[in-house]
Design a protein around this ligand. Structure first.
Ligand code: GRF
Length: 230
């Protein structure tokens, strides 16, 4: 892979940062052609901050509790993000709802990982809700962020079976393992210039995706309209 260009990326986190760790690992090995400019957390105690620090990546905290209005929090967050001039913002377990002005500022260059097969189960507590609904299948989605919470165009999904005896924790662990594959994949496609958003349409390899890329339960990739495998 050419070392010539690495896409500047800022990651936003709120918690433990295992998805962030996968991006750090891909960045460190050169597998992901990205420069992780900074990791910004809205929670000072987020374990992901230590992961970034260990890797020598700059960290910042913009604590939402320091602001009485969401708009002021988001303005502060934007100014910290923009200081790094990222070409991509990755929400890697960032647990704040973002307003329209914020989302519009990064339209087409902000990706989120969500633990469900969107459009099913937007919002919180998805693993418990999948079990409550007796779903036979669950999973995770990487999508471009739109003002509608967990509602933006989906790029790639990982499907996992729901097994007899699953608890929210066991199901979450099975999903998380797949999150760690699909988030770096989407970031890599974007960094390679293979993935883009035009309006509401996702393009991969210059072809409109008629449906998300799928990583199935057997670990097989399924593409429609894409030229190459990931
Ligand atoms: C993941 O399940 C992700 O899908 C959701 O938040 C969780 C973050 O986990 N948005 P981690 O902090 O990456 O370990």
């Amino acid at each position: 892979m050419s070392e010539a260009f690495r896409l500047p990326v800022v990651c936003l986190i709120s918690g433990r940062g295992t998805n962030l760790q996968c991006l750090i690992d891909g960045w460190a090995t050169g597998e992901l052609p990205v420069e992780l400019c900074a990791v910004i957390s809205n929670r000072p105690q987020a374990a992901g901050l230590a992961r970034a620090e260990r890797a020598g990546i700059r960290t910042e905290v913009v604590d939402h509790r320091d602001f009485t209005e969401r708009g002021a929090f988001e303005q502060a967050l934007r100014s910290r993000i923009d200081a790094y001039s990222p070409r991509l913002v990755v929400l890697a377990g960032f647990m704040r709802v973002l307003g329209t002005a914020f989302v519009d500022a990064y339209r087409g260059r902000m990706l989120n990982i969500h633990p469900s097969l969107l459009p099913e189960l937007p919002g919180l507590d998805t693993h418990r809700r999948a079990l409550d609904a007796d779903s036979s299948e669950h999973g995770a989605s990487v999508h471009f962020v739109s003002p509608q919470v967990d509602g933006g165009p989906v790029v790639v999904q990982a499907r996992v079976p729901v097994l007899a005896g699953d608890t929210p924790e066991s199901l979450a662990a099975r999903v998380l393992e797949r999150e760690h594959i699909i988030l770096p994949a989407a970031v890599r496609w974007f960094a390679q210039g293979r993935l883009r958003l035009e309006g509401e349409q996702v393009y991969l390899d210059d072809r409109p995706l008629t449906s998300p890329v799928i990583l199935d339960a057997q670990g097989q990739w399924h593409f429609e309209n894409a030229r190459e495998k990931p």
